[in-house]
Design a protein around this ligand. Structure first.
Ligand SMILES: Cc1ncc(COP(=O)(O)O)c(C=O)c1O
Length: 465
């Protein structure tokens, strides 16, 4: 690895590294190029990308078709104000209409997942007024802006609350987190109390405008809900006249199998937000998709926000190109084949490493939850440790980087979410490194001799993956 300290000093000294004390902002590697599922440093050393960067480079790196589409658009038209129509926008909206869940028929374009959610909040509050409360969940991440940070139930929420820059009227529901059920229940005897409790909250609270969830949780754990959970939430929202808003910024774009995670359960949301994979991250785009009564509302009411880069022609050019690449991938069968292989290899890994308490996920979207003790399920680090303590998962990820793998760590788990183009051989390459670095945590476990949990296994068996 190149000692790039000097080389990067100008860059890191004069740019803010997100989510860190700035004296800790030292990039570990200077990436010179990226191709397929690998990044390469200045010395040509490869790093397998086992988390698709921030779970966004779904189509891998260096995709020629998308890059060509961006080049063509750069030659044709780079930017016009969002008062004009353009062919790039026309192609993007047509492509989106071909993959969006039925009923979603109008898109507000922005430049990130956070802004897609910020826009959703403005839409919810405007068209549901005077109902304004939004129910989110504890294990969630919805972005780094005022609304996103308030809706986030993960550790980042605490900063928005402490420094009072969040929004009002957000309340939190318990998660569909079966490995650590907040009600101490077991599926199916639980009768999905986590969903029923949302009904209770809506009725007791009053003035609830929306339920805002990640259908499969991303950053905060890759929890896959039981089969009845999302259909029941849909029903509860309908019965109470509340909007169901799904944040598919991370779970969207074939990450869980179909185009969107909600498609697994054939649930139709009122609003869907997305970003990241909608362009494979080749350009920054956020999308807030609406349908039904929300779309209708704006026929006669002004949408009272907007951005200079809404519908930016250059950034939109990557959308149809990415969608066409996704449909080729899906038709080739590689998505299903390799996701099953990945699942099997992760289960094998769990058999060798007692530190893995739960392996859960779906498609190319997995968490390895790390525990000290499989019986008590005690974590090495808890939510309150994030941002304040040295985390075991971070140590593992840092060691993996030295060995040639980029993997995202959170306070309680590692994220295995490689680009969807990954092959079986490349999965093996990553698993080999994981096998080595997980020994760091194995050294600290209390041996119980009991097998690890696979909390999503039964839930995903019934799905048409
Ligand atoms: C579910 C979810 N929502 C929103 C966001 C925010 O997206 P962005 O970082 O593009 O603003 C993220 C980012 O990781 C996310 O995972």
């Amino acid at each position: 690895m190149t000692d790039n300290k000097e080389m990067l000093k100008g860059f890191t000294d004069h740019s803010y590294g997100p989510w860190k004390k700035q004296k800790d902002w030292k990039a570990p590697v200077c990436v010179a190029k990226a191709e397929g599922v690998h990044l390469y440093d200045e010395d040509g050393k490869p790093y397998i990308d086992f988390s698709s960067q921030f779970m966004c480079s779904n189509l891998g790196h260096g995709n020629k078709a998308i890059i060509d589409a961006i080049h063509r658009q750069a030659d044709e038209l780079v930017y016009v104000a969002p008062v004009f129509a353009h062919k790039s926008g026309e192609r993007a909206t047509a492509a989106l209409m071909s993959v969006m869940p039925e009923g979603l028929n109008k898109f507000f374009f922005s430049t990130s997942g956070s802004l897609a959610n910020e826009s959703a909040v403005q839409i919810i509050r405007q068209c549901m007024s005077p109902s304004h409360k939004i129910i989110a969940r504890y294990h969630s991440y919805h972005g780094g802006t005022a609304s996103g940070m308030t809706l986030t139930g993960g550790p980042r929420h605490r900063f928005a609350e402490r420094d009072r820059y969040g929004i009002e009227g957000v309340i939190f529901a318990p998660d569909a987190y079966c490995y650590r059920c907040p009600f101490g229940q077991k599926y199916p005897e639980c009768n999905i109390r986590c969903a029923e409790y949302v009904d209770h909250m809506i009725k007791e609270e009053g003035n609830v405008a929306a339920v805002f969830i990640e259908p499969v949780v991303g950053t905060n754990g890759k929890q896959v809900p039981p089969p009845e959970y999302l259909p029941r939430l849909r029903q509860i929202c309908d019965e109470n006249g509340v909007l169901l808003v799904v944040d598919e910024v991370m779970s969207g774009w074939y990450r869980t199998g179909p185009a969107f995670a909600v498609d697994n359960w054939k649930v139709k949301p009122d609003i869907l937000t997305t970003a990241k994979g909608c362009t494979g991250s080749y350009t920054p785009v956020g999308i807030t998709a609406t349908g039904g009564k929300v779309t209708d509302y704006y026929e006669d009411n002004m949408i009272y926000f907007g951005f200079t880069y809404t519908m930016h022609p250059l950034m939109m050019a990557a959308i149809p190109a990415a969608i066409s690449e996704y449909s080729k991938l899906q038709a080739s069968g590689i998505l299903t084949r390799v996701s099953k292989y990945l699942q099997m290899r992760l289960y094998e890994l769990q058999e060798r490493h007692e530190c893995i308490g739960d392996v859960r996920g779906i498609g190319h979207f997995w968490a390895l939850e790390l525990v000290k003790n499989r019986k008590t399920r005690e974590l090495f680090n808890v939510k309150a440790d994030k941002f304040y303590k040295k985390l075991l998962a971070d140590r593992i990820a840092a060691e993996a980087l030295k060995k040639g793998m980029f993997i995202m760590s959170w306070y309680d788990h590692l994220t295995v979410a490689p680009p969807l183009i990954i092959t079986e051989e490349e999965v093996d390459e990553g698993i080999k490194i994981l096998d080595e670095v997980l020994e760091i945590a194995d050294k600290e476990v209390e041996h119980t001799g009991i097998p690890g949990s696979r909390s999503s296994e039964e839930f995903i068996k019934s799905l048409p993956l």
